[in-house]
Design a protein around this ligand. Sequence first.
Ligand code: FAD
Ligand code: NAP
Length: 313
Amino acid sequence: MDSAEKILNLVIIGSGPAGCTAAIYASRAGLSPVLVAGPDAGGQLVTTPEIANWPGEADEPSGFELMDKLQKHAKKLGTEFISDKVVKASLKTDPKELTLGSGRVLKARSVIIATGAKARYLGLESERAYKGKGVSACATCDGFFYRGKDVAVAGGGSAAFVEALFLCRICRKVYLIHRRDGFRAEKALIERFKDEVKAGKAELVTPAVISEVKGDGQKVTGVHLEFKDGSARDLEVSGIFVAIGHDPETALFKDEIETDEQGYIAIGHGAETATSVPGVFAAGDCADRVYRQAITSAGQGCKAALDAEHYLS
Ligand code: FAD
Ligand code: NAP
C-alpha cells in the first residue's frame, strides 16, 4: 500500500541533524518513520567546508560528508526519505495531515518538526537587487566565483568567521564587517581570522553598518559603510557574503502550534520536545533560540523520537 494512503506512525519534517537523528531513533524503535527531506537535503551544515566540533570526527569532515553519513544511517535502518517539502500542515486533526509540494497528502499519528532555520539578510533594497549577482549567504556555494577578488563578509558570529576564513583561501582580500566591536564567534575562529589579518589577507571593519550595496546594474562593485562616529567608507568588493544569523523556518506552522515572538516553536508542553499540540514534537534550530549547534539539534532529535515513541505507545 502507498504510504500516502495509510496512516503512518510518524512523519519527520526536515533532514538536518535533528531530523536524521530522530529518524535513526524512531527506526530503531520500530516506528517505520517517513522523513520529508525538504528544500535543503541535509540541512544547513551541507554548505560548510569543515565541521570541527562533531564528537568523534577529529578529521573534520565537510558538512556535506557528515550529513551524507547521517542520512545513509537513517535510510539503512529503514526510514523512508521523500524528496519533497511540506507546503501545508493540519496538525490539530487526527490523523494529522501534511500536504507535500507534489500534492501528495501524508497522514500520521505523530509528527516531528525539524525544519531548522533559514539565512537572514540585511533587508536593504540594494541587497535584494544584487542577490545572486554578488550578494550571497553561502561562501562554500558561491565563493569560487570570487577567486582572486576582494570580498566582504557581514556578521560577527561563528558563521561569519567560518565564511570569512573559507574565503581567505580563495580570495585576494576579505573584509569582515560587523556592527559592534565585540563578537559572538568562538574564540578559536577569531584568533584564526586575526592571523589572516596579520598576513595581510583580511581586515576587520568595526563598528560598521552596511547601508548600501553598490553595483553597476549587473553585479556588485562595492559597499557603503557607516560608522558609529558618523564617518563613512566605501569598499570596492566584488562579492558580499551575508552571515548575520538565521530565522526559524516555522511560518508553515504558525496557526497550528504555539511559537514565541521570534517564531521559535514553543516546546516543553509535558514532554521536553512536545509542542502545544498533542502528538506534535519539535527539535533543533526551529525550537532552539539558544544553542543552535549540530550536536544539540541531534540530541533534541533523539529526545523527540523518544517522546513520539512514548506518545504512540
Ligand atoms: P537544519 O540543519 O536547518 O535542517 C532543516 C531541515 O528542514 C532541512 O533539511 C530543510 O530542507 C528542512 N525543511 C525546511 N522546511 C521544510 C519543509 N517545509 N518541508 C520539509 N522539510 C523542510 N553547528 C555546529 O555544531 N558546528 C559547526 O561547525 C557549524 N557550522 C555551521 C556553519 C554554517 C555556515 C551555519 C549556517 C551553521 C553552522 N552550524 C554549526 C549550526 C548547524 O548547522 C545547525 O545548528 C544545525 O544544522 C541545525 O540542525 P537542524 O536539523 O535543526 O536544522
Ligand atoms: P549568531 O551567532 O546569531 O550571530 C549573528 C551575527 O550577525 C551577530 O554578530 C549579530 O550581531 C549579527 N547580526 C544580526 N543581525 C544583523 C543585522 N541586521 N545587521 C548586521 N549584523 C547583524 O549566528 P551565526 O553566526 O549564524 O551562528 C548561529 C549558530 O550556529 C550559533 O549558535 C553558532 O554557535 C553556530 N555555529 C557554530 C559554528 C562552529 O564552528 N562552532 C559555526 C557556525 C555557526 P550582534 O552580535 O551585534 O547581535
